[in-house]
Design a binder for this molecule. Structure first.
Ligand SMILES: [Zn+2]
Length: 209
C-alpha cells in the first residue's frame, strides 16, 4: 500500500469513527438522558412578543407604533403627549417601569427632531416625578438601548427606559437577567400612573395661569 493510500484509509477510518460517535450522540439525544448541569428559565412569552412584531404573514408590526392606537382596555399607555407618549413596559424590570417613545417609528436617537428630543427629555423628567409620587422609589435607571446588540428588545423603534429602583431591590442583575417578582398587575399600575400624570399636568397648568 502506498503512503497516499494508507493516509486515505486512515482518514476514512477517522470519518467512520466520527460518524459512529455522532450517531451515538443523536441516539442519546432522542431520550431525556442525564441532566447537563445547566438550569433553564423557559420564557415562551418572549417568543410571543418577538413573533408579534416579526409576523411573516403580514407587514412587521411594531408594538410601539401599535400601542397608542389600542383601546383603553388593551393599552398600557400612561400618558399621551404631542410627539411622544409614555407606556408601561410589558415586561418590566421593576414595578412602574415606563418607556417614553416618539410616535414616529425611528430607531436612532440622532434621528429625532429637535422638538421630539425636547419632548422626550421633558416626558422623562415628568415620568420620574409621577413615579416618585406614586411609588416613592429611592432612585432610577434611565437609558436608551441603541441596537439589538446593546439589549434593545424592539431595536427599530426608539424607547427611553425609566426604571424605578428601591434600596434592597437587589443589584443591577435583574436588569440584565430580566427576571423580577412584581407585586402589582400592569393594568393597575397603568391606572395609578395615568391618574397621577394627569393630576400633575393639571397642577402645572393651574400654576401657570
Ligand atoms: Zn414603530
Amino acid at each position: 500500500m502506498t503512503r497516499v493510500a494508507q493516509a486515505e484509509e486512515t482518514r476514512a477510518g477517522d470519518r467512520t469513527a466520527g460518524d459512529e460517535a455522532r450517531a451515538g450522540e443523536a441516539a442519546e439525544a432522542a431520550y431525556p438522558g442525564a441532566p447537563d448541569g445547566f438550569q433553564r428559565l423557559w420564557t415562551p412569552h418572549r417568543q410571543v412578543y418577538i413573533d408579534s412584531h416579526h409576523n411573516a404573514a403580514g407587514p412587521p408590526q411594531c408594538p410601539f407604533c401599535a400601542a397608542p392606537g389600542l383601546g383603553p382596555d388593551d393599552s398600557l399607555v400612561a400618558w399621551r403627549g404631542v410627539l411622544v407618549y409614555a407606556v408601561l413596559n410589558l415586561y418590566p424590570y421593576n414595578s412602574g417601569h415606563l418607556l417614553v417613545c416618539p410616535y414616529r417609528h425611528v430607531a436612532d436617537y440622532t434621528c429625532l427632531t429637535e422638538p421630539e428630543t425636547a419632548e422626550l427629555a421633558a416626558a422623562t423628567q415628568q415620568a420620574m416625578r409621577v413615579l416618585r409620587q406614586v411609588f416613592e422609589p429611592a432612585g432610577f435607571n434611565l437609558g436608551l438601548n441603541q441596537g439589538a446588540v446593546a439589549g434593545a428588545g424592539v431595536a427599530a423603534h426608539l424607547h427611553q427606559h425609566i426604571v424605578p429602583r428601591w434600596a434592597g431591590d437587589s443589584n443591577f442583575f435583574p436588569i440584565i437577567a430580566q427576571t423580577r417578582a412584581l407585586p402589582q398587575l400592569l393594568g393597575q399600575t397603568r391606572d395609578r400612573l395615568a391618574a397621577a400624570w394627569a393630576a400633575l399636568a393639571g397642577e402645572a397648568e393651574g400654576g401657570s395661569r
